[in-house]
Ligand binder design. Structure first.
Ligand SMILES: Nc1ncnc2c1ncn2[C@@H]1O[C@H](COP(=O)(O)OP(=O)(O)OP(=O)(O)O)[C@@H](O)[C@H]1O
Length: 434
């Protein structure tokens, strides 16, 4: 038993023909010869929401392995945890979980449904783990340990289903609801969660698929038919769910457009159709909850507008809010690292994590000019409070587009000036719109 569980995700190269056992053997050797586990774990534990990506691999691994991603969760290993292979590092008390996977490069496919007059795009299917969502989980930063908690929640829900826990005695529906302001990464988090689950559960399921329901097209034009369309759509989902070696993740974005509160609908202009849609959705959700291999992920910007019966079915109702200074700093830091990597910004200073910066300030190490840029970045993060994650990720692009006059590379201090001006402009523009 250990305080941390170390997850080692091994991405096999696209054209590698080595079999799983061969790669597992090579990775095992690498893991056991690596003397740096304690240091890596310490580094990761200090950083919140963090991971270590190793893409410069030793030559015995590089022909077959693209990258190795190491992350931690703070928990003990349940004795019958079936996800991944478990290894005990011989010289420490640390437990390590190993997952080997390949990315799917096929493009997303769109399902269409027939209405009276036309074909309607009703859902998008992505085979997971997909190149489309590679790195998405790691790119999302939150104030609390939201990502780990969500992952843990879904793994537990699937484990309960697998163990055949009686639903009449313990109630769980395998439905997640993420709600909060626009642009806080709710949809991205659902996609990233689905991708992560497909990697972590590769031992349990032969394949995994994300089905994204297009709520808008289901509910807009053919309003009177919407109830029927919802039923049809879930019939189609059931075709996939029938195979219990397939993990199916259903994403309903902006679920309020399907799960409108029946109270409001009843007072509105077209009450019966809206009520029919909500009823159809609730019936279908109750129908698929009996399958062990399906999880429904939903998002909403306006929780108040969702039917309470739906909200009640969600096992987890997670509020995703606007980022705090620390999270903003980390989002900006990842943007700058990317611009340095692609030689758009030149930087001699190492860009510390928020925690490192705080620690070195306490010990007096960072107070010299060496970390002046880091402090300036922290000020910009403070200036950016109340902006959404979506806006924050745009700021570095806008800073260059608006102020660099096409001259790259831009040195780090100048780039930070551009960023500060862009944030000010963002608030001015926003106030101008009010
Ligand atoms: N917490 C975050 N960390 C890092 N990036 C973020 C974060 N929140 C948002 N983003 C960025 O914003 C983009 C848009 O996020 P997304 O569309 O998932 O948000 P949303 O909450 O679903 O928005 P909406 O409610 O408007 O549909 C993401 O792809 C990501 O680049």
């Amino acid at each position: 038993m250990s305080d941390y569980l170390i997850h080692v995700e091994v991405l096999q190269k696209r054209h590698s023909i080595a079999d799983e056992s061969e790669i597992q053997g090579l990775v095992t050797d690498w893991v056991h010869c690596n003397q740096e586990w304690d240091q890596m774990v310490k580094q990761l534990a200090e950083r919140k929401d963090s991971y270590l990506l190793i893409d410069k691999l030793p030559k015995q691994l590089s022909p077959n392995v693209e990258a190795i991603n190491i992350s931690l969760t703070r928990r003990c290993v349940p004795s019958d945890d079936t996800s991944g292979h478990t290894w005990q590092l011989s010289d420490t008390s640390r437990t390590l979980k190993y997952y080997l996977y390949r990315l799917n490069y096929d493009s997303v496919t769109t399902d269409e449904m027939e209405t009276n007059e036309e074909q309607l795009p009703s859902a998008q299917h992505t085979i997971l783990p997909s190149i489309e969502f590679h790195g998405l989980w790691e790119s999302l930063v939150y104030d609390l340990h939201i990502k780990d908690q969500l992952l843990e929640f879904v793994l537990t829900a699937l484990m309960f289903a697998d163990k055949g826990v009686d639903n009449k005695l313990i109630n769980w529906n395998k439905v997640v609801l993420l709600h909060g302001p626009p642009g806080t990464g709710k949809t991205s988090l659902c996609r990233a969660l689905a991708h992560k689950l497909s990697i972590r559960l590769k031992h349990r399921y032969k394949s995994s698929q994300l089905i994204e329901i297009n709520s808008h097209s289901l509910f807009s034009k053919w309003f009177s038919e919407s109830g029927k369309l919802v039923m049809k759509l879930f019939e189609r989902i059931k075709e996939f769910v029938e195979f219990d070696d397939q993990l199916i993740l259903v994403l309903i974005d902006e679920v309020e457009s399907l799960a409108h509160t029946r109270q409001v609908s009843a007072n509105g202009s077209e009450p019966s159709d809206a009520i029919r849609v909500v009823n159809a959705l609730l019936t279908q959700l109750d129908g698929i909850k009996n399958y062990t291999n399906v999880v429904v992920l939903t998002t909403s910007n306006v929780t108040g507008a969702i039917d309470l019966a739906f909200v009640d079915r969600a096992d987890i109702k997670q509020y995703i809010g606007l980022p705090c200074v620390e999270t903003i700093y980390e989002i900006y830091r990842s943007c700058i690292q990317e611009l340095v990597k692609t030689s758009i910004v030149s930087c001699d200073e190492s860009i510390l994590s928020y925690n490192q910066l705080k620690c070195s300030a306490q010990t007096g190490e960072a107070l010299g000019t060496t970390f002046a840029g880091n402090y300036k970045l922290l000020q910009i993060a403070e200036q950016s409070v109340s902006l959404s994650g979506r806006t924050l990720r745009k700021i570095p692009f806008l800073a260059i587009a608006l102020f660099s006059c096409g001259q790259i590379p831009i040195n780090f201090p100048l780039f930070l000036d551009f960023m500060a001006k862009t944030v000010t402009k963002q608030f001015d523009d926003r106030n101008g719109l009010k």
